[in-house]
Design a protein around this ligand. Sequence first.
Ligand code: FE
Length: 377
Amino acid sequence: MVVKELNRGKCKTYLVGCETTRNATLIDPLREHIDRYLALLAYHGYRLAIVIDTHTHADHRTASFDLHELTGAEVVMHREAPAPRVERHVTDGDTLFLGELALEILATPGHTPDSMCIHVDGRVFTGDTLLIRGTGRADFAGGDAGAQYDSITRKLFTLPDATIVLPAHDYRGNTESTIGEEKRLNPRLVGKSRADYVHLMENLGLPLPTQIQEVLQPNQSAIDDDVLKFPTLAQLNEVRQLAPQEVQALGTGTAGLVILDVRELDEYVGKLGHIPGSQLVPLRELARRADELAPLKQRKVVAVCRSGVRSSTAAAILTSMGFEQIFNMKGGMLAWNDAGLPVERLGSSPELPVIPANAGIQAQTALGTAGSPLARG
Ligand code: FE
């Protein structure tokens, strides 16, 4: 196994390669270094088989989606990751095979809900869950300090003490540590109860990363154009939330809610399915299709996506467009499925009608649930 840190900066990207098969992965690649990664892979004769983001990053743009386009490498993220265009979602205990290497996935929520670590051959890539003598902050983007404490102490600290720790960030020039060292020396954890840790993390008083919205929302949505203007943090915080059960109780159709699914078409017809009667307007088309959506302005509208993140963005945008009763469905289709609520699934057969950009939302609304051509599929 070959392991190389490629950025030589505070933000770390690792190349992991199987020397026998010449298959490689990049863990947490940065968008500004794509050329360098591709040159390095070519020079050493590695094929980029997979790219992995240990979580949705708030401090740099991911290179994963571009690397997929350029090389065909499969993008791998945790099941909770909000973005579309992730080819493979993984959960705790899954194994990714990279040539002769077996990469074990450890779900470690806390820094973000989709944080995970990768354990392979005596090393653990800890993302921003566990840093060298530190831990990733847990005060934005769905962070949860208590969950992070559990992830570190109950999961990472059960690995052998000699396991080498390779984090996604380091601000002091460190390159590696071990699980044993972090158990003994990490000042955020030594002698700290869960409550102590939560108190500590809630009182760090750190400013938000610069340009967080310019980075986080494009990473969450895999959207990179100037057409969509992302809302501010304040606008996002004002979005009203409904649990999947509350959405179900209010009902859909002419008398009830309008369910606006803002995922991509392949997700709408994919594994998680969609809510019967929901209407598809991908987030990336929202601004362009403003006129078509106008008749819904006085209706109660619930925005829905995979995990409830992109739909929050959509809800904030719709509020700024004059929608009066817009809600976000918390937890998205992941939570809807987990709650066992009714789901409609369509096969992605070639006969599936592609929804034209000017498809009659108005007409679908008037006809209610049964009137949606997609809903009947
Ligand atoms: Fe992070």
